[in-house]
Design a protein around this ligand. Structure first.
Ligand SMILES: *Cc1c(COP(=O)(O)O)cnc(C)c1O
Length: 372
């Protein structure tokens, strides 16, 4: 069997280091925030080429607090994409602001920068590009538009730890960058976790307060805050894992290169890395118009796949109140119908890549012989 992700294989490789780190936290009893979290904040901010890191309980909270720190609230509009994980949009809602969607570029699965300006109104306060699947959005035009219209740029980098745009790490390109350490992400906690990175000391101060009940010092609550603290055990585990992240990322990139090469003559639509990008392949998604048949046929051969994501957010029942309908974002809708995520994790072997590619190529040949 070839799983979609293999967290057990990763743990096996770092078991002693991780176990020792967890026991260390049990000894100090710094269960929430504390010295391991503080050290991890510094290390991850530095890894992301930003000055400050503020650890929080989830990636969703990172987005939520970054938006609040930027002063976004009721009456404001935030531009993002409908082809993303629902959390991107939920975080905008939590602030009371309204999400305004812009379609994706079908080649990159990230925001179509040519469509952003038409979506700007006098209520627009921020652009929230998503570095979907681990490929950075095209940041230069986004920064240029934001500058001309006085908008804040908040990067959803939940899938893109260590990804680079023109040699610069994501998270540090916009005003703030938001990461998730959900277990299945490229850098995953043993539980939940998230972080905002920024080089702005004011945003840092505000987010530090907001994540811990809005307190400047204990019981001095100057803001209406939240309990969004990162746990000590997660900080300790993430510090250990951060030391392996570059090697794991290179292994993911090597697996993606194998897939590309092995399927190059198959006619399968494999993902395209842009010349500006260091793609970190959180997800390796191919496209097919026979997705359900392919997914079942692969499952029958013991190959697990995923779909990220089957319904774009503008068509989810939960967000029907936004008033969008089928046909509003054709590239997002087509991607949602066609994408199929192949197994992708650092420990994926060349033999496994070959087995998956062979099975997919066979399906592509069959589809060409008898089109749907
Ligand atoms: C995972 C993810 C989030 C949310 O992160 P959590 O840690 O699960 O709250 C936000 N945006 C995107 C694009 C994600 O993939």
């Amino acid at each position: 069997m070839i799983p979609f992700v293999d967290l057990k294989a990763q743990y096996t490789g770092i078991k002693d280091e991780v176990n020792a780190a967890i026991l260390g936290v049990l000894d100090t009893c710094q269960f929430t925030l504390g010295s391991e979290v503080a050290a991890f904040e510094e290390e991850f901010a530095s890894y992301s080429q930003a000055q400050y890191g503020i650890g929080v309980n989830t990636g969703t909270s990172a987005l939520h607090l970054a938006l609040l720190a930027a002063g976004i609230g009721p009456g404001d509009e935030v531009i993002t994409v409908p082809f993303t994980f629902v959390a991107t949009v939920a975080a905008i809602y939590y602030t009371g602001a309204t999400p305004v969607f812009v379609d994706i570029d079908p080649r990159t699965f990230t925001i179509d920068v040519k469509a952003i300006e038409a979506a700007i109104t006098d209520k627009t306060k921020a652009i929230l590009p998503v570095h979907l699947y681990g490929q950075p959005a095209d940041m230069d035009p986004i920064l240029d538009i934001a500058k001309r219209h006085g908008l804040v740029v908040i990067e959803d980098a939940a899938q893109a730890h260590g990804a680079e745009y023109k040699g610069k790490r994501v998270g540090s390109i916009g005003d703030m960058g938001c990461f998730s350490f959900y277990p299945g992400k490229n850098l995953g906690a043993y539980g939940e976790g998230g972080m905002v990175v920024t080089s702005n000391p004011e945003y840092t101060r505000t987010i530090r307060m907001l994540r811990d009940w809005g307190a400047e010092q204990k019981y001095q609550h100057v803001l209406k805050g939240y309990n969004f603290r990162l746990e000590g055990i997660q900080g300790a585990v993430l510090r250990v894992k951060l030391r392996h992240l570059e090697a794991w990322t290179e292994a993911r990139r090597a697996a993606a290169a194998h897939y590309n090469e092995l399927m190059s003559d198959s006619g399968v639509a494999t993902p395209e890395a842009m010349p500006y990008a260091r793609h970190v392949y959180h997800i390796y998604a191919i496209r097919t118009q026979q997705r359900s048949e392919w997914q079942q046929a692969l499952q029958d051969k013991g190959i697990q796949t995923g779909i990220h994501y089957p319904i774009p957010v503008h068509l989810l029942p939960a967000y029907a109140d936004l008033g969008y309908t089928q046909g509003d974002f054709p590239h997002s809708e087509q991607a949602a119908n066609e994408v199929l995520s192949l197994p992708m994790f650092a420990e994926l072997s060349l033999a496994q890549c070959k087995e998956v590619s062979k099975a997919v190529t066979l399906l592509a040949n069959q589809s060409m012989a008898e089109p749907a």
